[in-house]
Design a protein around this ligand. Structure first.
Ligand code: GSH
Length: 208
């Protein structure tokens, strides 16, 4: 079965999907989209794939999916038989809660970055304020997890909750959102970047 990722290298949302594909060791066709300045994600051809005109999108056989979080769930459900990345036990709801948080509140960090990097017209002050509020929620959670001797958002091993949350925290400096006030998030990002098969992107280098 061929997997095709409609991708843009600098997109943190596409990066979520590349991370899981890499962790799972899945090969895939990478359809590089000219997001900027070409706006290929708004072309009639791509709107047939995703009528929202957003990246990423994924085709897996006959199935076409949009939304990074939905794609992570699909890939983990289909290709991660032992449930490492999406546990099917009592951790499931907790993982999904944080995956939704990554696709919701944490996207304020993406908005601030799009404003600063690509000149998107939006209320960047509100985006930064909301991103900091979201970072604080995860910082408090990860501080409690550290005290309990745990490294990951849920359970004892990384899950798609960590994958979905990582990019827009790691890239937030590009939207004027620093990590100074978030020591537990800094520790968590360091551990994430040390994972086997971790995949870098511009702005998020390999751990050295
Ligand atoms: N809910 C989507 C949002 C993805 C998203 O915001 N993608 C950006 C690129 S990083 C995009 O395509 N923006 C174009 C637009 O919204 O018009 C997801 O989480 O995958």
């Amino acid at each position: 079965m061929t997997i095709t990722l409609y991708d843009y290298t600098l997109s943190g949302s596409c990066y979520k999907v590349r991370l899981l594909l890499n962790f799972l060791g899945l090969s895939y066709d990478r359809r590089q989209m000219n997001f900027y300045p070409g706006r290929q994600h708004k072309s009639p051809e791509f709107l047939e794939i995703n009528p929202l005109g957003q990246l990423p999108a994924l085709q897996d056989g006959d199935l076409i999916l949009r939304d990074a979080q939905a794609i992570l769930c699909h890939l983990a459900n289909k290709y991660d038989a032992d449930g490492h990345w999406l546990p099917r036990d009592e951790r499931f709801g907790d993982v999904m809660m944080w995956v939704m948080f990554a696709g919701g509140e944490l996207m304020n960090s993406s908005a601030a970055r799009l404003h600063d990097a690509l000149g998107y017209k939006l209320d960047v002050h509100a985006a930064r304020t909301n991103a900091h509020a979201a970072f604080r929620v995860l910082e408090d959670h990860m501080t409690a997890r550290e005290i309990a001797g745990r490294k990951w958002i849920v359970g004892d091993t990384p899950t798609i909750a960590d994958i979905a949350s990582f990019p827009y925290i790691a890239l937030s400096g590009e939207g004027g959102i620093g990590h100074e006030d978030y020591p537990a998030l800094r520790n968590w990002m360091r551990d994430f970047r040390r994972l086997d098969r971790f995949h870098a992107m511009p702005g998020v280098p390999e751990f050295v």
